[in-house]
Design a protein around this ligand. Structure first.
Ligand code: F6R
Length: 261
C-alpha cells in the first residue's frame, strides 16, 4: 500500500487525478470503478478540468459505481446516479450508456447484483477503483462485520453511517437504511485501487486501515492484501499514523516513478 500525504485535499485530489488520467491516456478503453460521497468531488473536478483542457478523453471509458441507496430512484437528488451525473458524467465526454450504477429500484435485487457483477467481468474487470472511506472504516457500504470475501449484495447501513450521511438529506430519517453495494471481495478484484481520505474525522479509519490488523471490523483494512493500492490523504486524515513521515517520503517517490513511466 502506498500512502501519499499532502497538506490539503486539493493537492491530494490533484495527485490522485493524475493517476487516473495517466491510466486513461495509456488505455483509452479503461474500466473505472467510481465512488460517490463528498470525498471524490475535488478529484472529479480535476478530471473535468483535464478533459476540458483536452489532456484526456473519456470517450472510450466504461464505468461501474460502487453502490446505490436501496429504494431511491435515479432522479432523486441524493441517489448516486444523480450524484455521478451532476459531479462528473455530465461534464466530461464519457458516453452515458457506458456508465453503470446499481438500480436502487430493481424488482429483484439478487438479479440486479448478479448481472452487475457479470457485466464487470465481461468488460474485463475494473482497471482502477476509486474509493472513499467511512468514519467507521467502511469501503463502499461494507460496514463493520461485512465479510472480507463479500460480493455485491444488499446491505444495511450502521447508525454511524446514517448519521454521517444525514448531512446530505433534510433529516436523518430520510436516509435510506439499506443499499446495494459491491462487496469487499468484488472491490479487491480491481487491478488498482485509489482511496481518498480527508479530514480529522477520517483519522481513526485511516489508522485502522493502514496500521490495524486485517479485520472485518474495518473493511478498508482488506486493502493491506491488495498488491496495487494507493491512499491519498490530507494531513488531518493521516495525523494518527505512526509511520506517517516514512509513508509520505516513500509514497512521493513511488508516485513520481509511476507517473514517469
Ligand atoms: C460512496 C461510498 C462510501 C463513501 C464513504 C465516505 O460511493 O461507497 O463508502 O466513500 O461513506 O463518504 P464521504 O466521502 O461522504 O465522507
Amino acid at each position: 500500500m502506498e500512502i501519499i500525504i499532502c497538506k490539503t485535499k486539493e493537492e491530494a485530489s490533484r495527485k490522485a487525478a493524475d493517476l487516473v488520467t495517466a491510466l486513461v491516456k495509456s488505455n483509452p478503453k479503461a474500466v473505472l470503478g467510481l465512488a460517490t460521497g463528498s470525498t471524490p468531488v475535488e478529484m472529479y473536478k480535476c478530471l473535468i478540468a483535464d478533459n476540458k483542457a483536452k489532456k484526456v478523453s473519456f470517450k472510450g471509458v466504461r464505468s461501474w459505481n460502487l453502490d446505490e441507496y436501496w429504494g431511491l430512484p435515479p432522479t432523486h437528488d441524493q441517489s448516486y446516479r444523480y450524484f455521478m451525473d451532476e459531479n462528473l458524467f455530465d461534464s466530461i465526454d464519457i458516453v452515458k450508456k457506458n456508465t453503470h450504477v446499481l438500480n436502487g429500484l430493481a424488482k429483484d435485487w439478487k438479479k440486479e447484483v448478479a448481472s452487475y457483477e457479470a457485466a464487470i467481468k465481461k468488460a474485463g474487470g475494473i482497471d482502477l477503483q476509486v474509493l472513499g472511506i467511512g468514519s467507521d472504516g467502511h469501503i463502499a457500504f461494507n460496514e463493520p462485520g461485512s465479510s472480507l470475501a463479500s460480493r455485491t449484495r444488499i446491505v444495511s447501513l450502521t447508525p454511524q453511517t446514517i448519521k454521517d450521511n444525514a448531512r446530505f438529506f433534510k433529516k436523518a430519517a430520510d436516509v435510506p437504511r439499506q443499499a446495494l453495494s459491491m462487496g469487499v471481495g468484488s472491490i479487491m478484484e480491481a487491478k488498482r485501487i485509489v482511496l481518498l481520505a480527508f479530514g480529522a474525522n477520517k483519522a481513526d479509519a485511516v489508522k485502522g486501515m493502514v496500521e490495524g490488523g486485517v479485520s472485518q471490523f474495518c473493511t478498508a483494512s482488506a486493502l493491506q492484501m491488495h498488491q496495487d493500492a494507493w491512499v491519498f490523504c490530507d494531513a488531518a486524515a493521516a495525523s494518527k499514523l505512526k509511520l506517517k513521515k516514512y509513508y509520505a517520503w516513500r509514497g512521493d517517490e513511488a508516485l513520481k516513478a509511476e507517473l514517469a513511466d
